[in-house]
Design a protein around this ligand. Structure first.
Ligand code: SF4
Length: 304
């Protein structure tokens, strides 16, 4: 029988909190997401991801060796039934600087999109515009969004399956005009960790289906696919994410990324697994093994 002390739920929670904080700290450092003097505008939807993002960023802010400001914003899109007191109440209670931005994107979307059609893409576009404008007005130097590792992986497959492109969702992005820098500090955090953390923290979650639109069905299917893989092969989602950080253009097929046309013998790493160039160290081959294969072929030549 084990003599070690039982692990209490609070120990598990502190371990989870530490894991999330380290993951966010590492993402910030790896991508140089936050710098001295930054004003980070944290976009809060009222969902588990953005609450977690704000909480962890504030915890890291307290002990960061650099000085930066945090302003939380929530966009009230005027969806029917939106509980407009929840976020102001919560944000006041934790003492964070915040703004509520009112923008009636709901009625614009309802007016422009025929009944029964998906409204998310126009809604997101309108929301993005308001977020950028608000960042400018507030003098924010960084816009922090609550997308996590699993959002990034799902986007990779969505783009592959429906867009024919190999691209995901970058942890750090300069907008088209170069005016804003968008950061995703939860990029290394697994969704299930965030969900557990949010449950423990009892954040006042605002449901995301107030607009009455269906959640993106294709994204849902991909999420189910990845969750199925993860159940069968634990760690697969992490492996997929790590592959995004370990890209080998010479082993893809994009002629803009790698100059295949001028490929020559001294091109460096040209290893090819199907050609036996990789993983050969897994077999214990002696020099005579090669000779034996050669010898058998000679016998066949003689018989002919
Ligand atoms: S679910 Fe509703 S609020 Fe969310 S992006 Fe789609 S249309 Fe907009």
């Amino acid at each position: 029988m084990s003599t070690s002390a039982p692990v209490s739920p609070s120990n598990n929670f502190f371990r989870l909190q530490k894991r999330l904080q380290s993951a966010v700290g590492k993402a910030i450092a790896d991508f140089n997401m936050i710098e001295e003097g930054d004003t980070v505008m944290v976009c809060l939807s009222g969902g588990k991801d953005s609450y977690t993002l704000l909480t962890i960023l504030r915890a890291l802010q307290e002990r960061a060796p650099i000085d930066f400001k945090i302003i939380a914003i929530n966009l009230d899109q005027k969806q029917p039934g939106f509980p407009e007191d929840v976020l102001p109440g919560y944000l006041s209670s934790i003492g964070v600087d915040f703004r509520i931005v009112e923008a009636d994107t709901y009625s614009v979307v309802k007016e422009k999109i025929p009944e029964g059609k998906t409204t998310c893409s126009l809604c997101s576009r309108l929301r993005r515009g308001v977020i950028y404008r608000t960042a400018k007005e507030l003098g924010a130097t960084k816009i922090a969004l609550g997308h996590h590792r699993d959002d990034i992986i799902e986007t990779l497959f969505l783009n592959m399956f429906f867009g024919g492109t190999l691209k995901a969702m970058p942890p750090k992005l300069a907008t088209d005009t170069g005016e804003h820098i968008v950061i995703r500090p939860l990029a290394y955090c697994a969704e299930k960790d965030i969900a557990t953390y949010a449950r423990h923290m009892a954040f006042p979650i605002i449901p995301c289906d107030l607009c009455g639109s269906q959640e993106n069905l294709q994204r849902k299917k991909i999420k189910t696919m990845i969750q199925g893989w993860e159940r069968e092969f634990p760690g697969r989602a992490d492996k997929i994410f790590r592959s995004l950080q370990n890209v080998v253009p010479s082993h893809l097929a994009d002629t803009d990324l790698f100059d295949f046309k001028s490929l020559s013998g001294d091109a460096g790493d040209v290893s090819d697994p199907l050609f036996g160039d990789e993983g050969s160290s897994a077999f214990d081959l002696s020099e005579t093994d090669g000779t034996r294969i050669q010898f058998i072929r000679n016998l066949r030549d003689e018989a002919a």
